[in-house]
Design a protein around this ligand. Structure first.
Ligand code: GTP
Ligand code: MG
Length: 459
């Protein structure tokens, strides 16, 4: 089934499946109002409802009561999708929802594809692609910072940055067009104007592309693994960070057998924090499996917090391990103990950053989170000050293409012995065509997969 089949009636559960006070089953399509009305106890009142009005009625399946619902009717074209629509607010039990979906499908609805309602809204010009992407980002935001960033985009923050880029491209195209129309006397001046506009476009475009590292981090988050030898205090630290007794703590070596994970917010970055089985040679097959899992997690971690028991010190084996990790912070734990040894010298022993902690008292936790944040954003160009950062791969890839085209044109302008303005004009037109893709001002089919298939069903 294709998104482009916009003339059929679609339905989907728009709320999270499961037990809840209410659930919303969303319907859209040219005949959806009469189809839903036909399944209610108040068909005539339903059909007479103007848009954005609600009606309380029984939902019936061949005269058998399915649920008592509130129906909100939307009438084209003043509707969220630009088509007729009905939001069915029913009781939130999964069986009720299943029955309603089945009833709708038997009455001519098709189950919507992910993001299909959004697609229809874009298709009918109710919102643009950038706004649809901002809505998707908003519903998927996992930290307050990510949510606030998405709100900025919803309010046109990213679009404003893109429009500045567009204005430079247009200024460049305009200078070129004037030159083409009025001859070549002022060629030098025109080249200066074009070069200046291209430079501005290039700077902004590279900044936008560079902001993707931060944007993606805020949106997708990071995987952080607590690893180290047994009894180092990994689980104690995990519980301390979570502020709850999630992992079992004991002075017996090998207490944690399988990994335990939790979601935390590190200064706005959504992080999956994982407590793992302590690393040691063992003949116990279950513990060995735990160690194997730890190693797998370490391989895919963005950062490893390698916990060392300060009362036992850092062995060569610890140091070697830590140096083999992509990104690692040494956590010198149990500094509250009278037997704690001095923290190793970064330069001589491990060449790593160490943070001193006492999971037992909470000392050093703040410094650890700060160090983790700094390491996580070390790839992001924080010197870039933009209103919004780019957080979708699609935007990033299109921006990279524009950067490349701008570089090529800049070089042509710089190196040409004789300026061929009609050739430059074709190049600028090509850049503008790629720009149109960026803002979604293009054939909907071109961006279907990369945009709408990522959305939730019911959105
Ligand atoms: N004094 C002191 N004791 C700690 C600290 N952190 C952990 N401990 C103790 O060290 C012991 C081991 O702690 P765990 O958190 O279970 O250690 P682990 O690294 O998860 O151990 P495994 O699961 O066996 O790999 C427990 O008795 C803790 O109470 C600390 O900061 N100071
Ligand atoms: Mg443990």
């Amino acid at each position: 089934m294709s998104y482009l089949a916009v003339d059929d009636d679609i339905c989907a559960l728009a709320t999270v499946p499961g037990v809840s006070a209410l659930a919303v089953v969303r319907c859209a399509g040219p005949h959806c109002i009469e189809k839903v009305a036909a399944c209610t106890s108040r068909q005539n009142a339903f059909m007479a409802l103007p848009g954005y009005r609600a009606l309380f009625a029984d939902l019936l399946d061949a005269s058998v009561l399915v649920d008592e619902c509130v129906f909100v009717v939307f009438r084209a074209p003043k509707s969220p999708t630009g088509q007729d629509g009905v939001d069915i607010m029913c009781h939130g039990g999964p069986v009720t929802v299943r029955k309603i979906m089945s009833l709708l499908v038997r009455n001519g609805f098709r189950e919507a594809l992910p993001g299909e309602f959004m697609f229809r809204a874009v298709y009918h010009g109710k919102i643009d692609v950038l706004k649809a992407e901002a809505v998707d980002e908003l519903v998927k935001a996992r930290t307050e910072s990510a949510q606030e960033e998405a709100i900025k985009k919803l309010k046109g923050g990213l679009k404003a940055e893109f429009e500045v880029l567009h204005s430079h491209l247009i200024a460049c195209a305009a200078a070129c067009a004037v030159q083409l129309d009025y001859g070549e006397e002022e060629a030098g001046e025109t080249i200066d104007v074009m070069t200046a506009e291209l430079e501005k476009a290039y700077t902004l475009c590279t900044e936008l592309a560079a902001s993707y590292a931060r944007g993606r981090l805020m949106q997708d988050g990071a995987l952080v693994v607590l690893a180290g030898k047994t009894n180092a205090g990994k689980s104690s630290l995990f519980n301390r960070i979570l502020k709850e007794e999630r992992s079992i703590v004991s002075d017996i070596h090998g207490t944690t057998r399988d990994y335990v994970e939790a979601a935390i917010d590190v200064h706005g970055i959504p992080v999956r924090l994982i407590d793992t089985a302590g690393l040691r040679d063992t003949t116990d097959s279950i513990e060995a499996e735990g160690v194997r899992r730890t190693e797998l997690l370490i391989d895919s971690a963005d950062v490893v917090l390698y916990v060392v028991d300060a009362t036992r010190g850092c062995t060569e084996e610890d140091a070697e391990r830590m140096q083999s990790f992509k990104r690692c912070i040494g956590v010198w734990n149990k500094v509250d103990s009278p037997d704690a040894l001095p923290v190793p010298d970064c330069n001589t022993q491990t060449a790593l950053q160490w943070v001193k902690t006492a999971a037992k008292t909470g000392s050093g936790e703040h410094e650890l989170m700060q160090a983790l944040y700094s390491m996580l954003i070390s790839d992001s160009n924080t010197s870039v000050v933009l209103n919004c950062s780019v957080s979708t791969r699609r935007h990033y890839e299109v921006l990279e293409r524009i950067v490349h085209l701008l570089e090529t044109l800049r070089e042509k302008l710089r190196c040409a012995k004789q300026h061929v303005f009609d050739m430059y004009y074709v190049d600028i037109e090509e850049i503008l065509a790629v720009y149109a893709e960026l803002v979604g001002d293009t054939d909907p089919e071109m961006i279907l997969d990369s945009v709408f298939s990522q959305f939730c069903v019911g959105k």
